[in-house]
Design a protein around this ligand. Structure first.
Ligand code: NAG
Ligand code: NAG
Ligand code: NAG
Length: 402
């Protein structure tokens, strides 16, 4: 668990480095980075550089990258997603048949929820792998992988913008909490994993170190957020997440300006409660946000990430291709390029899984959940993109491989 200390003692050196005042810096997991709320607006046409701290200094070592990941998380929270709360004050899990019950307390609020688990076959007392399905799964899943159904709408509703504040996340944290639904889902899934860890594999049948998450479309945005903000997930499979998921806010705006029928930031905040009310300020000036959605891939790294997209205009095939190729450059610098795959096979309806992708997907299940083989090197997008238009200003990638 991370400790959080205000660094009042570092006032002088901090000021000398041109960083924010000391009360806006925090130390967490060995990193000293600005707090949520302390990041300044920028003016950047390019996707923000993963290899440069907000302070302007270079990311040169694996330890630096871990700290930059902490910044990326906080930047997305400040500008787009809302605040990710710490774990609850208490959580008590019990198992009855195939149902796990979680009694959760945050301050004076408490809530009990139940989660349905289909145990993996043949896991024995060590447990087996399981797939957490955000609102359901629409991918082929190997038989040895169990299922955990995450009812995300009950955690944080997604009916329309006014549904912000409804769901058990908000019952625990208050109706006016800043988290958008997708980040709230990440917190709620964290509680399911707390329950699995507390009960142990002998009771749940699930090994909490072998978890994957998936979801499609709106729930694909959610699956990406769960994987980015919940580090205990081993394999992340967002399917056709488009805007707010695999797509870049900046590039989707650029495609919209070219006349594409594409989902943008200024549209999405009018459609639903997926993002924080804090985001509304930025939806017509996405190039002032010091982050973009290639950061989601960078937050999952080096864990398994298999991003599935489609060539439907609304999802932004150019936008998702550039953002996810930008994400893959981060995996490459970490020496694990093929831990991330980007699959864009078009010509099918939304959320119907193309059989041409079966073998590539299976290679990710095999490596990260079933412990066999290597992943295929997957980038199947045929979108016509010019990477230098979007990452041309980035610093040279450091070599961070172990
Ligand atoms: C790269 O940075 C320069 C200087 O800040 C800026 O003029 C240029 O527009 C940037 N390039 C892109 C593609 O954003
Ligand atoms: C963003 O711009 C659109 C189109 O000009 C406008 O209708 C909308 O109100 C703006 N949204 C915000 C939140 O400023
Ligand atoms: C790709 O885009 C470039 C630059 O816009 C253009 O010159 C080229 O013809 C395009 N290629 C295809 C296959 O559309």
């Amino acid at each position: 668990m991370s400790t959080l200390l205000k660094l009042a003692a570092l006032l002088l050196p901090v000021a000398a480095l041109g960083l924010p005042p000391s009360d806006l810096l925090e130390r967490q997991d060995g990193c000293t980075t600005p707090a949520v709320g302390a990041y300044a607006d920028v003016s950047e046409k390019n996707l923000p550089d993963p290899w440069k701290f907000a302070s302007g200094s270079a990311v040169a070592t694996p330890a630096d990258f871990a700290c930059r990941q902490a910044e990326m998380s906080k930047i997305l929270q400040q500008f787009v997603l809302g605040d990710l709360p710490p774990p609850p004050d208490s959580l008590t899990a019990t198992m009855s048949g195939s149902s796990m019950s979680l009694a959760i307390k945050v301050g004076s609020n408490s809530k009990t929820i139940s989660v349905s688990i289909t145990k993996p076959s043949g896991g024995g007392t060590a447990g087996g792998p399981a797939l957490i399905a955000v609102g359901g799964a629409s991918i082929p899943v190997p038989g040895a992988v169990g299922r955990i159904a995450f009812g995300n709408d009950a955690c944080a509703a997604q009916s329309n913008p006014a549904s912000h504040g409804t769901g058990w996340f908000f019952d625990l944290h208050g109706k006016t909490h800043s988290a958008g639904a997708t980040l709230a889902w990440a917190w709620c899934v964290g509680r399911i994993i707390d329950g699995l860890e507390q009960l142990g594999a002998a009771k749940t049948g699930v090994d909490p170190k072998k978890l994957a998450v998936t979801g499609c479309s709106r729930n694909g945005k959610g699956a990406f957020m769960v994987g980015a903000f919940e580090k205990r997930i081993a394999l992340v499979i967002p399917q056709e997440s488009g805007s707010g998921g695999a797509a870049s806010w900046r590039i989707s705006d650029s495609e919209f300006a070219k006349g594409k029928n594409i989902q943008t930031a200024h549209q999405i905040v009018r459609e639903n409660a997926w993002f924080s009310p804090k985001f509304t300020t930025y939806v017509n000036k996405t190039d002032t946000i010091p982050g973009d959605n290639h950061f989601l891939a960078a937050l999952v790294a080096p864990r398994g990430l298999f991003v599935i997209e489609n060539d439907i205009d609304w999802l932004g095939p150019v936008s998702t291709t550039v953002a996810m190729r930008a994400g893959r450059t981060v995996y490459d610098a970490l020496g694990v390029k093929t831990n991330m795959g980007f699959s864009l096979v078009g010509g099918h309806s939304h959320c119907s899984f193309p059989s041409a992708t079966n073998a590539n997907l299976l290679s990710f299940f095999n490596k990260f959940l079933l412990g066999s083989g290597n992943t295929n090197d997957v980038d199947t997008s045929k979108a016509n993109v010019t990477m230098s238009d979007w990452i041309g200003n980035w610093s040279a990638a450091p070599r961070l491989a172990a």
